[in-house]
Design a protein around this ligand. Structure first.
Ligand code: M6R
Length: 606
């Protein structure tokens, strides 16, 4: 939540900072701002609303000449979106941009008021600026050290000191911050897309470190001022991956990337008829000891976890619990030494999931992360990591990241089933052969896009929708429903199809839309009965199915037919129509598809 950028170099900084912010807008888009050195002074320009408002304003004013700036795109936490509450915030010599939440800011504010500081905003960040200014007596390192001793919560900060020209400082705790290493220019950013156009080399800043960026030098020091030797990492994807490439929205582009990213995720792990990959620090002998698995995640990643539970329990016969990270961390979970905790996260920075990981580590339970963003906090802190290799996911609504989370869970399940000897050799071969075909199956399902768009046109004007399914189809119903509500603001509920009759069916009336997912042969007759029950009460059912058997014409008024494959693997492609349906509905409703209201891509607050 919130995106930070910083630039110092030979060139005019404005375009660099604005372009960097454009690529971080997925982190928040309530307001945007920039602070820069101009004629030896720090000037701040900030505007409520999306970044375009700031760009329009800057373009309408006199050309700015500056080589050093910090910028910010905000997801409001403390104080409603307004020009005043927008970052950067200044107190005397100190100007800051901030990503995170300072939990003790009220208390600090009172102390600072007694010392004579005045506050114009409701933000926690203005307090950070004041406290840093209070400690600043010409030595920025000392001042930052003292500041961080007093702050509770999470932060990554970009800082300008008005008397230290053309220098950007950065520090962090529990919110991400990277430093882009350039030639005669250096960059600070919350995430890679902000810097990739300009450099592929970067350093991940850790807690307790301060980055000092000048145009011709870059230092990372600890709080005693001692320079640290840091590993320079290389970004292994190109700028095109962070651009729309002709698609009207990142979401559509990312949906259509799914065949390639699934293929990439399987590459080196899935052989023609076997799975073969190591999990670092988790040898087969240790896997054999595992008695229980906890999958911990949030939102879409948690929905992937539900599929994981289903297939692991089915094929490996190990009990699996799926927990929402924000609940897991506060419920004093029962964890035993032979348990395995799997954390799933696209960003690798989700605060709740990160806290759950730390809790599991404190309890000495082995932690395995399934993560997309390389070198993110969750990836770095887990005992082991399985990268999903989806490339950058920019759209706030997660699509391709979900599919590769599923892909990793399928690989893991087959690996575990082999180790626990719960799968016959021939079955394993059959399953692996089929998994290799999944990218093609996904491709075929994507060809249904036009048909799905037509259906979206029929349904988009509704105010409520229901999603139902049984078994694996229920996991998909939950994800389909989340996609719809987050993108199009249509109220939607997902239920186990058999559960409707225990209450929710009273909400079904004439023309209530119900999306029914039907891909599991053994549950099909039961689900069909549930579908008929809602049709009998007037519902308009959109049926997503893969087998004609037992389907009569009363079920087919609105329908999408998927390929019939092995039931266990259907989530890997049945999710596509649900993603496309939600996408087209949001487009018909003229919603901001890539940046739905009130949301941010990377949720680094609790
Ligand atoms: O980065 P993470 O996967 O940890 O994010 C978790 C959720 O915030 C995320 O999956 C969210 O639910 C999706 N953006 C919804 O599409």
């Amino acid at each position: 939540m919130c995106g930070i950028v910083g630039y110092v170099g030979k060139k005019n900084c404005v375009n660099y900072v604005l372009d960097g912010l454009k690529h971080l807008e997925y982190r928040g888009y309530d307001s945007a701002g920039i602070a820069l050195f101009e004629n030896d002074e720090v000037k701040i320009i900030k505007k409520c609303g999306k970044l375009d408002e700031l760009i329009k304003y800057i373009n309408s004013t006199k050309k700015i000449e500056s080589n050093c700036a910090i910028g910010h795109t905000r997801w409001a936490t403390h104080g409603k979106p307004s020009d005043l509450n927008s970052h950067p915030h200044r107190q005397n010599k100190v100007t800051v941009v901030h990503n995170g939440i300072i939990e003790n800011y009220e208390e600090l504010k009172e102390i600072l008021k007694e010392k004579g500081y005045c506050f114009k905003t409701q933000t926690d960040t203005e307090v950070v600026a004041a406290l840093l200014d209070y400690y600043y007596e010409g030595d920025p390192i000392k001042a930052i050290e003292k500041l961080t001793e007093k702050l509770d919560g999470s932060y990554s900060l970009g800082i300008l000191f008005s008397d230290i020209k053309d220098t950007v400082y950065g520090t962090r705790k529990n919110s991400p911050l990277i430093v882009g290493v350039g030639e005669n220019e250096n960059f600070l950013a919350s995430d890679i897309p902000a810097i990739i156009k300009n450099t592929k080399k970067y350093i991940v800043l850790e807690k307790g470190e301060i980055a000092i960026l000048k145009k011709d030098s870059l230092k990372i020091v600890d709080f005693s001022g001692k320079e640290k030797e840091k590993k320079i990492l290389t970004i292994d994807w190109d700028i095109e991956a962070a651009e729309k490439n002709g698609f009207p929205h990142f979401m559509l582009k990312e949906i259509f990337e799914q065949p390639q990213v699934i293929k990439k995720c399987f590459r080196t792990r899935l052989l023609e008829d076997d799975v073969d990959f190591e999990i670092k620090n988790l040898p087969d002998e240790k896997i054999k000891q595992i008695k229980k698995i906890h999958i911990v995640a949030c939102g879409t990643a948690m929905h992937a976890g539900l599929v994981g539970k289903n297939i692991l329990e089915k094929l490996v016969r190990i009990p699996v619990e799926v927990e929402v990270a924000s609940e897991f961390r506060y419920k004093n979970p029962i964890l035993n030494k032979d348990d395995l905790v799997i954390l799933i996260s696209q960003s690798g920075e989700t605060a709740d999931t990160l806290a759950a990981l730390r809790l599991a580590k404190e309890r000495n339970v082995f932690t395995l992360a399934i993560v997309n963003v390389v070198s993110s906090s969750i990836a770095r802190e887990s005992d082991s990591v399985l990268y999903t290799w989806a490339g950058p996911e920019i759209s706030v609504a997660s699509t391709k990241a979900y599919s590769v989370q599923l892909a990793c869970l399928y690989l893991l399940t087959l690996k575990f089933a082999k180790i626990f000897k719960t799968i016959e050799k021939e079955k394993l071969k059959e399953y692996c052969k089929f998994l290799n075909k999944i990218p093609d199956v996904v491709n075929d399902v994507l060809k249904l896009n036009d048909k799905i768009k037509e259906l979206a046109k029929i349904f988009y004007n509704n105010k409520n929708m229901f999603y139902i399914g049984r078994g694996l189809d229920q996991c998909l119903a939950l994800e389909g429903s989340l996609k719809l509500k987050e993108l199009s603001y249509i109220h939607s509920e997902a239920y186990a199809a058999g559960e409707l009759k225990h209450g929710p069916i009273s909400l079904i009336e004439e023309k209530t839309p119900v999306v029914a997912i039907l891909t599991q042969t053994n549950l099909s007759l039961k689900t069909i009965s549930n579908i008929k029950e809602v049709i009998a009460r007037g519902a308009d059912v959109l049926l997503i199915y893969n087998d004609e058997k037992n389907i009569d014409s009363s079920l087919l008024e609105y329908s999408i037919k998927l390929p019939k494959t092995i039931d266990l693997f259907s989530p890997l492609y049945s999710i596509i129509p649900l993603q496309l349906f939600a996408y087209h509905i949001a487009v018909f409703k003229k919603c901001d598809v890539d940046k739905p209201r009130n949301l941010a891509k990377s949720v680094t607050v609790e």
